[in-house]
Design a binder for this molecule. Structure first.
Ligand SMILES: [Zn+2]
Length: 256
């Protein structure tokens, strides 16, 4: 059994004290790969350093996170782009739109998102999409840039049945299921229950969104097993099956 955590910020400073211990725990638990989405210019060095010390286990993405789009976005974006030819990336990410915290850079967020979507087409890489209070805007950009040439994942999906339907109608997009599905009041399990298994990926988004019974605490890669168990139960299949299927889905989508 090899479980793939398709979205994990193990390089974040929250893990500075025990990153290697947690990595060993993750490996021992059966996690075979971690995919690391970038955030901004500050996170790049730590992300690369972790991947360099864990070849064959940790795979970086490159992209500018929507909440990091501010006044200096053009400079940041140019520097992010300059990394793309320098080393292999498994995806462009994480990118998207976030209108939950702040709408003042809506126009810039959209421009940055669409530019990075175009990179993914040019490089034939998938995209890891972060969307919060911005589904209509994100769908609009995907269609504008060319949905038939794009592929990727809506990471940490927590949307409505209608939004799920729209994602699945785009054919080459999957949904990343994280710890939220284990929360008591979450309706996510109901929402995804009839989704084709070929569209499901597992993720932690560590250090954020720890699953029950760790909710509210720092999330760690090994906690992904709580999510995996819940997803297996949702679909009424054995744990080994969901691990195998989501692994195959990840191998098909991302570039390794
Ligand atoms: Zn993330």
């Amino acid at each position: 059994m090899e479980l793939i955590d398709t979205h994990c910020h193990i390089y974040a400073e929250e893990f500075d004290a025990d990153r290697e211990v947690l990595t060993e725990e993750a490996k021992a638990s059966g996690i075979g790969r971690l995919l690391l989405p970038n955030i901004d210019l500050e996170s790049i060095a730590a992300m690369h350093a972790f991947c360099d010390t864990h070849p064959g286990f940790a795979y970086p993405m490159m992209g500018l996170h929507p909440t990091s789009v501010g006044r200096e976005y053009a400079t940041a974006l140019a520097q992010i782009e300059s990394w793309l030819p320098k080393r292999p990336y498994c995806a462009i990410g994480e990118i998207g739109m976030d209108l939950y915290w702040d709408k003042s850079f809506l126009k810039e967020q959209k421009e940055v998102f669409e530019e990075q979507l175009r990179w993914s087409i040019d490089l034939d890489l998938p995209v890891a999409i972060h969307t919060r209070d911005a589904f209509p805007e994100v769908f609009d950009s995907l269609h504008k840039v060319g949905v038939e040439r794009l592929k990727g994942v809506f990471h940490c999906f927590t949307g409505t049945p209608e939004e799920l339907e729209e994602i699945l109608s785009m054919k080459r997009f999957k949904i990343g299921i994280g710890g939220v599905i284990t929360f008591k009041k979450s309706v996510l399990a109901e929402t995804i229950a009839s989704t084709p298994l070929s569209a499901i990926l597992l993720e932690t988004d560590a250090p954020y969104l720890a699953p029950a019974p760790y909710r509210g605490k720092r999330n760690c890669p090994a906690y992904i097993w709580e999510t995996a168990r819940k997803v297996a139960g949702t679909f009424g299949i054995p744990l080994e099956e969901i691990v195998r299927i989501t692994r195959e889905n990840a191998l098909e989508l991302f570039r390794f």
